[in-house]
Ligand binder design. Structure first.
Ligand code: G3P
Ligand code: MG
Length: 253
């Protein structure tokens, strides 16, 4: 049976939030660093500012990764741009700014990279609003072979699926533990892939996912030795903060 999904060649390693072990997470600098380190794909998080601008950011507020304090929902683009999103990580990154989704997509396309974009829906934020603002940009910027949109939030995934069919848009369902209802969640959105917390993944669950025809990715893998058996369980990609940890530790295939 022909695969209904885009012809995505999953890399063994995906740089989590960009090369986040060596650059401030979710920034343009982190994506450039991932590219320089030889990564073909990055995982990034997207949310909306209060004015509706989609930006690349993980937390619900800016405390941990900038010199500001506010909830992301309280910022408009000028206020967000005012923040330093690099100095918290290292002096060398001082002056780095929060990236909009639009400029991040331009960079990823210019570098020829693939993107696993996580729709990050924090409490009291709207999943449909995020999807309405992010999906048109995404579909316009990247070809189907270089894009996976993932989320823990089923409403966000279902709404994303309304924008494009499975041949145009690969959707990944995120799991903490692969729950008993995992297959129903995947079928509901015509998913391409399962993204599982590798520390809670069992060989049995991995086999079930693969036998059902889904791709399987593990996050966030920063202990390649402990993770090694999971290559043989059928995990195809490890989403990691530091791909260099895997030097000489990748599975042969
Ligand atoms: O997409 C995998 C991983 O990024 C999910 O967790 O909290 O790092 O976004 P988090
Ligand atoms: Mg993420």
């Amino acid at each position: 049976m022909p695969d209904r999904h885009p012809a995505i060649v999953l890399p063994r390693l995906i740089a989590h939030r960009g090369l986040s072990a060596h650059a401030p997470e979710n920034t343009l600098a982190a994506v450039r660093a991932a590219h320089r380190a030889g990564c073909a794909w990055v995982e990034l998080d997207v949310q909306l500012l209060g004015d509706g601008t989609p930006v690349i950011w993980h937390d619900a507020n800016v405390r941990r990764c900038s010199d500001g304090q506010a909830p992301l929902a309280d910022l408009d683009l000028p206020a967000a741009r005012h923040l330093d999103a690099g100095a918290w990580f290292a002096d060398a990154f001082a002056g780095e700014r929060m990236a909009t989704l639009f400029e991040m997509l331009e960079l990823i396309d210019a570098l020829g990279m693939g993107l696993n974009l996580e729709l990050k829906v924090h409490r009291r934020r709207s999943a449909p609003a995020l999807v309405d603002d992010a999906l048109p940009l995404l579909l316009d910027a990247l070809p189907p072979e270089r894009l996976i949109v993932s989320s823990f939030n089923d409403a966000a995934l279902a709404h994303a699926r309304r924008f494009a069919g499975p041949d145009r848009l690969a959707l990944g369902v995120l799991f903490e533990g692969v729950s008993r209802d995992w297959q129903a969640r995947c079928e509901a959105v015509d998913a391409f892939s399962v993204h599982a917390n590798w520390k809670r993944l069992s060989p049995r669950a991995a086999r079930a996912v693969r036998d059902a025809g889904y791709r399987l990715l593990g996050y966030t893998v920063n202990d390649p030795a402990a993770f090694a058996p999971q290559w043989t369980w059928g995990v195809q990609s490890a989403i990691t903060d530091d791909p260099a940890l895997f030097d000489g530790r990748l599975s042969p295939s």
